[in-house]
Write a protein that binds this ligand. Structure first.
Ligand SMILES: Nc1ncnc2c1ncn2[C@@H]1O[C@H](COP(=O)(O)OP(=O)(O)OP(=O)(O)O)[C@@H](O)[C@H]1O
Length: 305
């Protein structure tokens, strides 16, 4: 059986890759019994094959949201549905990419990428053949026998991308996947991700602090408020596809317009979160704060909620 032909709920599940959060609230209880609301009444949808970014200040509940879509966590109220069915257990057909590389240091690059198909019961030879193919697709031919510590941060990210995509997921959940990379490597990886996403078209939920990255990559940007996280706005990004180089699209007038519009919504939340954590006001340390020099023309968000 070919690894690519049996994506384990991946390609087969493409039609059912709609993610829908309705009235999602998540409360946590501390050991002393104090109840803390991390998310309140969150509503948004990611259509099958759509690339959706979630931006919001630190601690607003972005990772908590991702965890519930993955099936690693449950809402305290409301529902998380994938393909129309309530998430109950680990969601099928999902792959992940995190800021930290989830690679096994004692395994070779080839073995790391082959891990997904092997876990799904694909024969070792076929899994390795598929892993070789994927390593070629992410530009790592010749590095099959290396171990993760012998690679640069960008190369490890490519291995992680191959390991995620070899499963041909119907849903790709990404939590600041390029957050630890330098600006140039991040741009290269973003371009590679977009190219592969356009081939495979999983639904993507992409968490980032970088608004430029969110606008450059996505079809839809969801803006969350500072905690408790609620949805402040959902913006459809009508930049044409394929996007081409993300470094260049950032100079397009429409990019600047969208960036400016979304930043206007996001910056209040960032300032509020910063003040809540003992800072003064301002946008210190926020990516995207200086890049909003575009036109002041406004266009209508897909829906302010
Ligand atoms: N298991 C847990 N128990 C208690 N509180 C939690 C738990 N998980 C998350 N929280 C709290 O919920 C809030 C949201 O956390 P979350 O990690 O989802 O935010 P985030 O938006 O991803 O943050 P960041 O941008 O800094 O990564 C935070 O205040 C966090 O401390």
């Amino acid at each position: 059986m070919d690894a690519g032909a049996d994506p384990g709920g991946g390609r087969a599940g493409r039609a059912s890759a709609r993610i829908e959060l309705s009235g999602v609230t998540r409360r946590f209880t501390s050991p002393t019994g104090k109840v803390f609301t991390a998310l309140r009444d969150v509503n948004f949808t990611v259509e099958p094959g759509q690339f959706c970014a979630v931006v919001g200040p630190t601690g607003c509940g972005k990772s908590t949201t991702l965890g519930m879509v993955a099936g690693l966590d449950r809402p305290s109220a409301g529902s998380v549905r994938v393909g129309g069915a309530e998430v109950d257990g680990i969601t099928e057909g999902v792959s992940f990419m995190f800021q930290q590389d989830a690679l096994l240091p004692w395994k070779t690059v080839l073995a790391n990428v082959a891990l997904g198909p092997v876990f799904r019961g694909v024969g070792k030879k076929q899994a390795q053949a598929s892993a070789r193919d994927w390593l070629g697709r992410v530009g790592l031919r010749g590095f099959e026998d290396h171990h993760p510590h012998q690679l640069s941060g960008g190369m490890r990210k490519r291995v992680a991308m191959a390991a995620a995509l070899i499963n041909e997921p119907s849903i790709l959940l990404m939590d600041e996947p390029f957050g630890a990379l330098d600006v140039q490597t991040k741009a290269i990886m973003s371009n590679e991700l977009l190219g592969l996403w356009e081939e495979l078209k999983p639904s993507v939920l992409f968490i980032t602090h970088d608004l430029e990255e969110a606008v450059a990559l996505s079809d839809r940007v969801v803006v969350m408020t500072s905690g408790p996280g609620t949805i402040k706005g959902v913006y459809d990004i009508d930049l044409p596809r394929p996007r081409g180089a993300v470094q260049e699209i950032r100079f397009e007038p429409r990019f600047l317009e969208l960036h400016h519009q979304i930043w206007e919504s996001l910056k209040d939340e960032v300032q509020r979160a910063y003040a809540d954590t003992g800072g003064t006001s301002g946008t210190a340390g926020v990516e995207g704060a200086s890049g909003s020099s575009g036109s002041s023309g406004r266009s209508k968000p897909a829906g302010e909620r």
